[in-house]
Design a protein around this ligand. Structure first.
Ligand code: MTE
Ligand code: MO
Length: 515
């Protein structure tokens, strides 16, 4: 270590590293937003984490952060990179440039590998953004370093800087960090605009052969969640850190595997078929008892059974696999084609599917958890056998089959709500897709079970709303709900975690009633 380098404080060295990292990452993001078909290394690394973390940790993340789990992952990844970049700066400025090069190259190899070996196979252009980003980071790093290590006499500054004056270094690193930050911000704007543009290409929604009447208000119970979940509030669960942006002009749906006649549909082919609407409650296997990873929408699409009858299914096939453009797969039994409205859906609540919910088309199968059935950004339907193919979550510890379990939830009052004594309404939802609910009961303070009032049923695949007028007395009370399905099965009180095939147990809320 020479005299000059020892005079650089480590904070400044770390800041140089961070500035170099920000510049490299920000400009790489900008490049991937501008050039179609390139994957951001940040997203690629995140994807590989999502694909490989053990399922109990995924579930924990969902429990802790809910649908913000992706943001949590990015924040964690960002902080890690920040620390690495700071370390890179310290090593480069105060220790050895060669060591810094080795460090940066190692991170780059990870990033490039993550973007090359993707879920859907080997992506040859995958490492390109990482290479560019690494080059920018290195150039920035060495530039700022040389600025910082420049002997005082060669500094071409008129008001002769004092020894240790580092204005030019700080100005340089702030400028470059700003450039990186701006690159990142612009990349976000570009991607948002592209989403809006791509989505408008799917308009108008075609007229349907079976248009549903508006749902009667008698199907909505007081105190229960809205019968139809507003699209903006609809839960979102998927492994896609960056929502795939699909152009309907390039999109197609290929139906292949154990079929008599393989077929490929364009988006126009899809929407010019026999289109129907169906109200269906979608449920996530990761939903905990009382949780909100469940929502109801009016879906527009074509019937999957019609489509598959046309192509002809080999009787030996027992699994229908839905493959997404991002490599994700669902798989469910051919026996689900029993007349329920299994759909290839392209609209949700009267609008083209939002990007996050699978634009331009997805599967929706009543009665099956989303992880086995509801492939978003659908591009392939493959007929195969369970013995020949495991869908995405199977190797991660979830069951191959995912029928939705009978469940019920109290929406009002919320847990630990403080309410006034007197008449109040308890309300909520219960579901047993596709057969429906026949009874909902409540128990206050573990007392006798009392029947709740059921709102009208929309269909067996939509959650059933219920309410219960309650004379609340002062003090602390527990309210527990249980449901019975239309075949007389009572919701179990046995508690089971979401892994491997859906939570069981009964929802209880504690409420505090004022004097
Ligand atoms: N391509 C793709 N489709 C997917 C998933 C995914 O990770 N990737 N997740 C599934 C799961 S687990 C659920 S619960 C539903 C959720 O659909 P939503 O986000 O529209 O509510 O999508 C399913 N379809
Ligand atoms: Mo899910």
């Amino acid at each position: 270590m020479n005299e000059t380098s020892r005079t650089i404080p480590s904070v400044l060295a770390a800041a140089i590293g961070v500035a170099a990292g920000l510049t490299g990452l920000g400009l790489t993001e900008l490049m991937t937003a501008l050039v179609g078909g390139l994957t951001s290394p940040l997203v690629a690394v995140g994807d590989r984490i999502v694909d490989n973390v053990p399922s109990p940790i995924t579930q924990l993340a969902i429990d802790l952060f809910g649908t913000n789990d992706k943001i949590a992952l990015f924040v964690g990844l960002g902080l890690t990179l920040l620390l690495l970049a700071a370390a890179l700066g310290v090593v480069a400025v105060s220790k050895s440039l060669r060591l810094a090069a080795i460090g940066l190259a190692s991170v780059a190899v990870l990033g490039a590998a993550a973007a090359t070996f993707t879920r859907s196979g080997v992506e040859l252009s995958g490492s390109l953004p990482t290479l560019v980003g690494t080059a920018i980071t290195w150039a920035t790093l060495t530039y700022l370093r040389s600025l910082a290590l420049l002997p005082q006499k060669t500094l071409p500054i008129v008001d002769s800087p004092q020894p240790g004056d580092r204005r030019s270094v700080i100005a340089g690193l702030l400028t470059l960090s700003f450039l990186g930050g701006a690159g990142f911000a612009v990349s976000q704007v570009i991607s948002r605009n592209r989403s809006a543009r791509l989505q408008s290409a799917a308009l108008p929604i075609p007229t349907t052969a079976r248009t549903l009447a508006p749902t009667p208000t008698s199907a909505q119970a007081p105190g229960a969640a809205p019968l139809f979940t507003p699209t903006t509030d609809f839960y979102r669960i998927d492994t896609a850190l960056r929502v795939p942006q699909v152009d309907v002009a390039d999109w197609s749906l290929r139906i292949h595997g154990m079929v008599d006649e393989e077929r490929t549909l364009t988006f126009d082919d899809l929407v010019s078929r026999n289109v129907i609407e169906s109200d269906i409650t979608l449920t996530c296997v990761s939903n905990t008892v009382g949780g909100n990873l469940v929502g109801t929408a009016r879906w527009t699409g074509i019937r999957l059974d019609d489509l598959l009858t046309e192509v002809g299914i080999d009787p030996a096939a027992d699994q229908i696999v839905g493959r997404s453009i991002d490599g994700y797969t669902c798989g469910f039994p051919t026996s689900a084609l029993d007349g329920r409205d299994a759909l290839v859906a392209f609209a949700m609540n009267g609008e083209p599917l939002p990007q996050q919910h699978g634009f331009p088309a997805r599967l929706i199968v009543p009665g099956l958890y989303g992880y086995v059935s509801a492939t978003k950004w659908l591009t392939e339907i493959e007929l195969t056998r369970f013995s020949d193919f495991d869908h995405f979550w199977v190797s991660r510890g979830y069951s191959a089959l995912g029928p939705i379990k009978l469940q019920s939830r109290i929406d009002t009052p919320r847990g630990l709500d403080r309410i006034d004594a007197g008449m109040t309404v308890i309300g909520g939802v219960a579901w047993a897709q596709p057969i429906g609910i026949s009874r909902v009961e409540l128990s206050i303070d573990e007392g006798p079970w009392m029947d709740a009032q059921l709102a009208d049923e929309v269909n067996g695949s939509v959650w059933r709303q219920w309410s219960f007028p309650w004379e609340a007395t002062p003090g602390r009370h527990s309210i527990t709900v249980r449901a019975t399905d239309s075949e007389g099965n009572l919701q179990t009180e046995d508690r089971q975690e979401p892994l491997p095939n859906g939570a069981t147990g009964r929802h209880t809320v504690i409420v505090l009633v004022n004097e």
